[in-house]
Design a protein around this ligand. Structure first.
Ligand code: NAD
Length: 265
């Protein structure tokens, strides 16, 4: 895929460390010749993100907390000043209080954390798209990350599942709105990956092992798998694709019950 992103510039939001899905995507994009800007949430993450970003030649590494809209504005103002236009944005941001990511949804979900989860994990995607679109005068591709707990009940995923359902609906509405500007909007629905955010979900290890046993490919995905599919969705290879929720989950979403031979053992 060498060179398919040559001459393209874009923003990566959501790298926390080298296990982050956003980092897996960034590496694929950089290898394919893209020029990248990065955001990080606060100085603690900044210390980890800066050396990673610099290792792929990035010169624009900016603080951004989506709860503070002024910092989102500053990122896009800086991109406009430095680059004028951009070709793509990756939104790989999610948060919920982990005390509400275990137990029964009906019992543990509070109004305060519901609102916060929705704003950070879902609404921020709309705010990012609203600011990215004016910089995409030649068209572009915007990508977010979701999880199958939006469509089906996954134990402990709780309010995050509700937020991801909103996020997926947003992908379709934004795709419809920006299509006439040549801007495509898609999501990757990734299977479980061991990351900082992933570790916050109750019984994460059990879910991981269950998918490993029962997904058609009999393995979980890694950030390289997600990165390669993201490269497709962010490049001209997917020029006719928008409003899509693309599963990168070893096929787990097509299954309905555990592998019977495994149950018998
Ligand atoms: P991660 O912890 O590496 O990344 C999550 C990122 O969200 C971090 O960089 C964090 O700084 C950022 N973030 C949280 N709150 C923020 C805020 N207020 N402002 C700005 N940034 C904020 O974990 P990850 O698993 O790579 O998560 C990336 C995305 O992928 C998330 O949307 C997550 O829901 C999604 N996803 C993860 C999995 C999984 O199993 N790990 C599966 C499917 C989808």
């Amino acid at each position: 895929m060498d060179g398919i992103m040559k001459g393209k510039r874009g923003l990566i939001m959501g790298v926390a460390n080298d296990h982050s899905i956003a980092w897996g995507i960034a590496k694929q994009l950089a290898d394919a010749g893209a020029e990248l800007a990065f955001t990080y949430q606060g100085e603690g993450f900044g210390r980890r993100v800066k050396p990673l970003a610099e290792s792929v030649g990035s010169k624009l590494i900016l603080p951004c907390d989506v709860e503070d809209i002024a910092t989102v504005d500053q990122v896009f103002e800086r991109l406009k000043a430095e680059w004028g236009t951009i070709d793509f944005v990756v939104h790989a941001i999610g948060f919920s209080d982990k005390s509400e990511l275990k137990g029964r949804y009906a019992d543990v979900t509070t109004r305060a954390n519901f609102s916060r989860t929705m704003v950070i994990s879902a609404y921020s995607f709309t705010e990012v798209a609203q600011r990215a679109a004016p910089l995409m005068s030649e068209g572009g591709s915007i990508l977010t990350l979701t999880y199958g707990g939006s469509m089906r009940v996954m134990p402990n995923y709780n309010v995050m599942g509700v937020a991801k359902a909103a996020l997926e609906a947003m992908v379709r509405y934004l795709a419809a709105d920006y299509g006439q500007n040549g801007i495509r909007v898609n999501a990757i629905s990734a299977g479980p990956v061991r990351t900082l955010a992933g570790a916050g979900i109750g019984d994460a290890r059990a879910m991981f092992n269950y998918q490993k046993k029962n997904a058609p490919l009999r393995r979980t995905v890694d950030i390289g798998d997600v990165g390669k599919s993201a490269l497709y969705l962010l490049s001209d290879l997917s020029s006719g694709v928008t409003g899509e929720i693309h599963y990168v989950d070893s096929g787990f979403n097509i299954t309905s019950m555990p592998i019977v031979s495994e149950l018998k053992r």
